[in-house]
Design a protein around this ligand. Sequence first.
Ligand code: UD2
Length: 311
Amino acid sequence: MTKIKNALVTGGAGFIGSNLVDALLEQGTHVKVLDNLSTGHIRNLDHVIADIQFIEGDIRDLATLENLAQGCDVVFQQAAVVSVPLTVEDPIFSAQVNDIGTLNVLDAAQKANVKRVVLASSCAVYGDDPALPKTDGMPIKPQTPYAIQKYTNELNAGIYASLYNLETVCLRYFNVFGPRQDPSSPYSGVISIFMNKALNKEKPVIFGDGTQFRDFVFVKDVVNANLLSAMAKTPENQVLNIGTGHSITVNDLWASISTLAGCSIEPQYELPRAGDIFGSLADISRAQEMINYNPTYAFDDGLQLTYEWYR
Ligand code: UD2
């Protein structure tokens, strides 16, 4: 596919989904958005609301999905219960959304003859396996309902590809950050929390000694990975890591954000968070090979853009 004419973005009012909507509109795609606004916000779409078809609704509603999938070349499945702790607290509700909801998306797409579905998966499927970097071929070890649900999505995507001829690409996102990430929950991404703390001149909490590290990927690179996945020739059913191949410690992260904000506040160190993994780092070579994915935002540049947005 050289150009996406019609796309449906589920979860399109969320952090990653709304950034994806912007990029699709920029390339002239007609965009439909389905979002139940449970964690997404209509303010993320205010600037484009006249240019899209927005439907407030839920991926648990198969009939709505069947209707919206009509006429689409690609469906981007970005809707989910995204809080890992919430899936631990309520595995059944989260499975209804993340498992059945995603199955609904695949089924509606297949019935409407959509060519390809790009799905948001997560590096959570690797669990706490200390082997680094994470290669997309290594054994998976889901340790939370969230990780199991994301892995189930990948398996279902594979089934729809092999049994029903629907092309699917699952993207295992590493730690995504950038404009519109919501800092309001204690389980929000660490960058969004630290941005808020720095701007309000408050002490951040670092769980553990701060030497733990993550592969932080800027949202615009993740958006680009979605577009490439939708248009690449090769994949029929792919599972790809989407990170950067570089990692940053939590201590260095706070130091960089402090420099941007011009503050020098000593963090408060607390015990490591239960269930936290120590380090995470992506091997992105398969994504490079299969969809020609190459992150273009250096960490500091992404952080600067993110800082400007929070400010
Ligand atoms: C990420 C994903 C999660 C899941 C998981 C799989 C995000 C936001 N979450 O969780 O959905 O895929 O990976 O492994 O991308 N930290 C602090 N202080 C704070 C907040 C966090 O020190 O105020 C630390 C935290 O203990 C951890 C690191 O920062 O060591 C990153 O935390 P996170 O919640 O941003 O992301 P993570 O990797 O736990």
